[in-house]
Every structure is written in C-alpha cells, then in structure tokens.
Design a protein around this ligand. Structure first.
Ligand SMILES: *[C@@H]1O[C@H](CO)[C@@H](O)[C@H](O)[C@H]1NC(C)=O
Ligand SMILES: *[C@@H]1O[C@H](CO)[C@@H](O)[C@H](O)[C@H]1NC(C)=O
Ligand SMILES: *[C@@H]1O[C@H](CO)[C@@H](O)[C@H](O)[C@H]1NC(C)=O
Length: 495
C-alpha cells in the first residue's frame, strides 16, 4: 500500500508534481498562464521591440532597419529542420511599406506603424491554445535619452512644452534614435542545439571615445530537453548612458505595462493578484555597476485613479509598476527622515497596515523608492512625484529591496540574494505580494482589480560617468495560477 502517504506529504507531492509539470497541462489547480510554460517548447516564439524615452518610436532613424519590431518564430519539423514564420523582409518592414492588415493611417506614422507591425508579427507567430492563442516572449530595449527641446514626450499624458536641457541625458540632435538591429535567425547546430540572437547598438556613427553601446540577446536550447536559456548583455556608452534591456511576458491583448495600445505576448490568462506565482531561473554574471537597477521581477499594469480599468485615454490612464531591485548597491531612499520616498503605508502578509510615520515598525529598508502619479488629486504629503515624461501616460512606481519582510512571498530577503555568484531558481508569490502593495487611488473609490498585464526581468542602467556592462541569463520562466484566496484588496475596503 505504498500510496498511503500521510496527508501533508501527499499534498506536498501533488504540489511539487504540479510545479514541475512543465510542458503539460499540469494539475488543474496549477495551470500555467504562459503559452510556453517553463520555456520548454522547441518551437520558439521570441520578438524584439525598441522604445525611445516615452515608449514610442519617434523616428525610424537607423538606416535600413525599418520599424523597431522584429520576431524569430519557428516550428521544429519531424525531420529536424526549423520552419520559420517570419522572414527577414518582414522584420525590416518600416514606414511607407504596406503589409496585410495595416491601417492606412499608420503607413507614414512611425509610432502607429510599430504598433501595427507588432500585431502583424503576432499574427504570423500565433500559436492556438486555450483559453486564448499566444504569440511570443518579448525582448524590450529602451534608450533613456530625452531631448527636452523637442517636446516629443508628453507630460503625464498631456502635450508638453520644450524646456532647457540638463535634466535628462542627451548629446544633441538625434539622441533619441532607434538602434541598429542585427538578427541571426535560429538555426540547428551540430548536436541538436538550436541557437539564434538579436544584437546591435544605439551608436550609429563612430564614437570618439571608442566604446559603443551594445545589446545582445542569445537564445539557445537542446532539442527535446530543458529550457531555452536567454543570455543578455547590455553596455552603456558616453552618448547612451541610460539603457534598459528586459525579457518580458506580456498579455496577448490589451494594454501591457507602459503602452497605450493593443499588444501581443505570452500571457494567455489574465493575472489577477493575489492568485499567481512566478517561477524562473536567474544567473547574473555581471551586475552593470552601482547604478544598475536590476529587476528580479518588474510587474506592470494600468488602472485609473478612480480604480476603473484603463481604456487608452492617456490623460486618465495610469501605468502602475512594482519592481524588486536586487543590486546590493541600490540604497533605500525611503527612510524615517525621507518619508516622501516611502509609500504612505506598508501592508503585512496578515493584512495589517503600518503607517510610514510609525518609525518603530515601518520597514524602511524594504523600499528603494515610491513615487506617486503626477495627476493624483488627493496625495498625502510629503510625496515624491514620478517622472512625468518617460511613459505615454502618468505612472506610479513602488520599488522594493531585498528585506526579511518579503520572506513570506519567496522574494530575496538579504542584500546580495540572487546577485552575481548566486544563481537561483525563484518561486515568487508575485500575486500575493502585489495584492499587498500600496497604490494610489482617489478616496472613497472601489479598489481597482489588480490585473498584471506584463512581467519582466532585466536591468535599467542609469547614467554614470563610465561605461557599464551587465550580463545575465534567464530560463525556466513560468507563471502558475494558484487556487483563489480572498483578495486582500477586498478585505482592505473595510479597514
Ligand atoms: C523537412 O520538412 C519540412 C516541413 O515538412 C520540409 O519543408 C522540408 O523540405 C524537409 N527538409 C528535408 C531536408 O527533408
Ligand atoms: C552581433 O553578433 C555577431 C556574432 O557574434 C557579431 O559578429 C557582430 O559584430 C555583433 N554586432 C555588433 C553590433 O556588435
Ligand atoms: C501617522 O500618519 C497617519 C496617516 O497619515 C495619521 O493618521 C497619524 O495621525 C500619524 N501619526 C502621527 C503620530 O503623526
């Protein structure tokens, strides 16, 4: 009677079986929300997008590159060849060139064209599935230069005016250009290893200082075994001192974090906190210097200040982000004498509220920085407002640091956890934590449903006086839907 395990052991067994059941439907309770659970599917789907400072294109400046959207999608045939879904001609499509389904209004508008190109790539890469078809993992690259004299980026979603340079990096004309993009379509190498890459630079000319900015994402997998391993590299340069490179899992439709238009992605089931967990393996090989805000995970969503869902109106939609920064050099800007950098309160795993003026109990060291949406009407002073220019709409940020207070959610609890020399497979209760973070809402309004449309891992290297390099790998990415618990947002309504 070897099946007669004690009940607890049986439950643990079921749980671990469900968690390791990648590539299958798994136990019903722990279904995966991503199209490619654990990155194990031989037929890969990966796409590329590049953004300027306000998450748009601006100009297709890199010669011959087209619109900065591309994809590498293929199926593995039984005769061990790869049948690609996207040609290089499609990857190079840019303004002025039509393609099936293109809205004529978008033909000569670089911002709208990129949106439609992503939908087109999605249609070519789409994999039928339940409850919805899905498209691709997304490599996202962003340049932090802002030419303040251009007034190109809106201010909290509203039309902005030019202002004096100095607040943001920009070397002059053309500092907001899109990068050169090179692509090795995935191929099968000797021994059944599949491998492909995207790489390139923002420095389109030559550089006086010699060092050019660089980004690279290489994906590799043994046919029929294990996970795809995505190896990333990012280097800043004098002209491009602030760069971001992430691997994202975005919703298959709707507004993913940071967008105000329909996108394509990997998350085929909406992720509503608290009922999901994220599993992934991260190996940081090189940190990117003291200003590298490495996000073990960054989650993004969008809702209005009255709690209603976003509808694409940039004046009232607010992007909400929360990210755990694992670089041990990142300090807590939130402190008893800098309360404006802390959220108004902290919520414990058992749903107790600790106000930030409760200096005995508030976990200041757990928060790098909190900033409120620039258009919120009822903010509690002191408060720090988020940068109004770097998203198409206003934004709110809750940035966390490793701290014992996060132990319950499986997040890093000590400086250095998960950092260089400490590769790990994480199982993060992202949903549980995300339901207990403070986010602004107008007083008396019904709490927003927290549906997370985007999650990513990677780094944002801020301006420093030297060129910095970060290198890391991501594999085994999965999002597990966990059995429903009562949302703590609901219980907080009555506090
Ligand atoms: C392998 O299969 C694909 C798809 O069925 C086919 O197009 C291709 O010609 C085959 N290649 C070889 C070398 O047999
Ligand atoms: C991209 O990678 C290829 C292959 O490793 C390399 O030859 C090329 O120089 C890289 N591109 C850039 C811009 O460095
Ligand atoms: C702390 O902050 C809360 C919320 O703003 C406020 O109600 C309370 O009076 C403050 N306590 C002290 C001691 O200042």
């Amino acid at each position: 009677m070897h099946h007669r395990l004690p009940l607890l052991a049986l439950l643990l067994n079921l749980l671990s079986a469900a968690l390791s059941a990648h590539g299958t439907r798994g136990a019903a309770q722990y279904a995966s929300a991503v199209g490619d659970p654990g990155m194990r599917r031989d037929g890969l789907r990966v796409a590329f997008e590049a953004w300027n400072f306000c998450n748009e294109v601006g100009k297709e400046e890199a010669p011959g590159m087209g619109s900065p959207r591309a994809a590498d999608c293929f199926d593995l045939s039984s005769n061990s060849t790869l049948s690609h879904k996207v040609t290089e001609e499609v990857n190079r499509l840019g303004v002025g060139k039509s393609f099936p389904g293109l809205n004529p209004d978008a033909l000569d508008d670089p911002d709208k064209y990129a949106v439609e190109k992503e939908l087109y790539l999605g249609s070519l890469c789409e994999v039928p599935d339940h409850p919805k078809p899905w498209h691709f993992w997304m490599v996202m690259l962003k340049n932090g230069n802002y030419d303040t004299t251009s007034a190109l980026c809106p201010e909290n979603g509203a039309k902005s005016s030019p202002f004096k340079p100095g607040r943001f990096p920009c070397f002059g004309d053309g500092c907001m250009n899109q990068p050169a993009l090179y692509h090795q379509p995935t191929e099968i190498l000797h021994g059944g290893v599949m491998r492909g890459w995207f790489n390139g630079t923002y420095d389109l000319g030559t550089s006086e200082s010699g060092s050019l900015s660089y980004y690279e994402v290489i994906w590799q997998k043994q046919v029929g075994e294990g996970s795809w391993v995505f190896s990333h590299k990012l280097r800043t340069s004098k002209k491009y001192p602030w760069l971001m490179l992430y691997l994202r899992a975005d919703a298959t439709s709707g507004f993913s974090g940071g967008y105000h238009y329909d996108t394509r992605g990997m998350l085929k089931t909406p992720l509503e906190s608290p009922n999901f967990k994220v599993r992934l393996t991260l190996d940081v090989k090189q940190g990117g210097g003291p200003k590298s805000q490495f996000y073990l995970i960054d989650i993004g969503s969008c809702w209005k200040n009255d709690g209603s869902p976003c509808d694409g109106d940039v004046l009232t939609d607010i992007t909400r982000y929360s990210e755990m920064i694992i670089n041990p050099d990142t300090p807590a800007w939130c402190s008893p004498n800098q309360l404006g950098n802390c959220p108004p309160y902290h919520i414990t795993p058992d749903d107790r509220i600790i106000y930030r003026n409760d200096t005995k109990n508030f976990p200041y060291g757990a928060y790098h920085y909190y900033c409120a949406p620039g258009n919120a009407k009822h903010l509690e002073e002191p408060v720090s407002l988020c940068d109004p220019y770097s998203n198409p709409q206003a934004q709110e940020l809750v940035q966390l640091l490793p701290h014992p207070i996060w132990a319950k959610y499986g997040y890093p609890t000590k400086k250095g956890h998960g950092w260089v020399g400490d590769p790990k497979t994480w199982e993060l209760d992202v949903g549980g934590l995300a339901s207990r973070l403070y986010f602004y809402q107008d007083p008396g309004t019904t709490p927003a449903r927290r549906i997370w449309t985007s999650m990513d891992v990677g780094t944002e290297i801020f301006v420093s006086n030297k060129d910095e390099v970060a290198e890391w790998t991501v594999s085994d990415f999965d999002v597990l839907l966990t059995p429903k618990e009562r949302s703590s947002d609901e219980s907080r309504m009555f506090l």
